[in-house]
Design a binder for this molecule. Structure first.
Ligand code: SAH
Length: 284
């Protein structure tokens, strides 16, 4: 490894790829140390390594082997040059389109300073394969990080909070100011850790659960009776007088069980629940 030489020809930051390179090495070390080894995985996949700021610390760990997936050819060339030993474990491609089963036959952790413009999509992808992903440590836009980690009863609590908290225990680790990056992003950043909980399956139709949560938060200031009208007219239940942000994961399971009586589960399209644009899940 020859990290010091990164100054000879740095990767040119490309905005459309969400490239903001971390330059604070203490934060980089902290993010990598955020991995706890939860459930004992032996492989870690870093999404978007860029010039390898996190990767250099990952490669020092002996309890797992490090793989990286990077969409940017220029970054891949840089990594191959500066981290030669990593070369066989560099995947050049788009994480959102990549079938991780090709390389990982056992559970693996995810880490990364995520491209902020696609962080919600990364989580939806991770949720689809949640039993393969015991742990995630990542940096993202601070508001989104706070949202994901927020408990019910809080204005930050939203769609991603419910969907991720259904299957993961979440810790907010640290906030990071724009000056820690080159070029600095316009927003503050935050690091969170997600560890897979013991919930194998929800006690309701899962696709419908996603749809109920999404519909409920689409009009978060309305009572649920009104917010959930697009799904149907629910039979009376005390939860319907509340608003989405007041409900726990298990409350949403109860609402979904009610919704099952209104809709034929065969008609529920998974796309409805999973395909959310990032601007729908960020602060608004
Ligand atoms: N980890 C580095 C770079 C973070 S910037 C650091 O902390 O300095 C985000 C990185 O994600 C960029 O390198 C970008 O090229 C990469 N990226 C963006 N979209 C991606 C995608 N769909 N799949 C994989 N990598 C992606």
């Amino acid at each position: 490894m020859n990290y010091k030489n990164r100054s000879d020809s740095k990767v040119r930051a490309k905005k459309h790829l969400g490239q903001h390179f971390l330059k604070d090495m203490n934060i980089a070390q902290q993010i990598v140390d955020g991995l706890t080894g939860h459930t004992g995985y032996s492989k870690v996949l870093e999404i978007g390594p860029g010039m390898g700021v996190l990767t250099q610390y990952l490669l020092k760990k002996t309890t797992f082997s490090t793989y990286v997936i990077e969409i940017d050819t220029e970054s891949v060339t840089y990594l191959k040059k500066h981290f030669e030993e990593l070369t066989p474990r560099i995947i050049e491609g788009d994480f959102l389109k990549y079938n991780t089963g090709e390389i990982f036959s056992e559970p693996f952790a995810i880490i990364g300073n995520f491209p902020y413009n696609i962080s919600s999509q990364i989580f939806f992808r991770a949720l689809q394969i949640r039993d393969e992903i015991p742990e995630i440590v990542c940096m993202l836009q601070k508001e989104v990080a706070q949202r994901i980690a927020s408990p019910p009863g809080n204005k930050d609590y939203g769609i991603l909070s419910v969907l991720l908290q259904a299957f993961y225990d979440i810790d907010y680790l640290v906030s990071v100011p724009p000056g820690a990056f080159d070029p600095p992003p316009k927003v503050q950043s935050g690091v969170i850790r997600l560890r897979r909980n013991a919930t194998a399956n929800l006690d309701c139709n899962e696709k419908l659960f996603f749809r109920v949560v999404k519909t409920a938060f689409n009009q978060r200031r309305k009572t649920l009776r009104n917010a959930l009208k697009p799904i149907g007219d629910f039979t009376d239940h005390p939860l319907l007088t509340k608003r989405a942000e007041q409900l726990s994961v298990s409350d949403f399971v109860i609402l979904t069980q009610l919704a099952e009586k209104l809709i034929n589960p065969a008609e529920i399209n998974i796309i409805d629940g999973l395909e959310l644009a990032d601007d729908e899940t960020s602060i608004s």
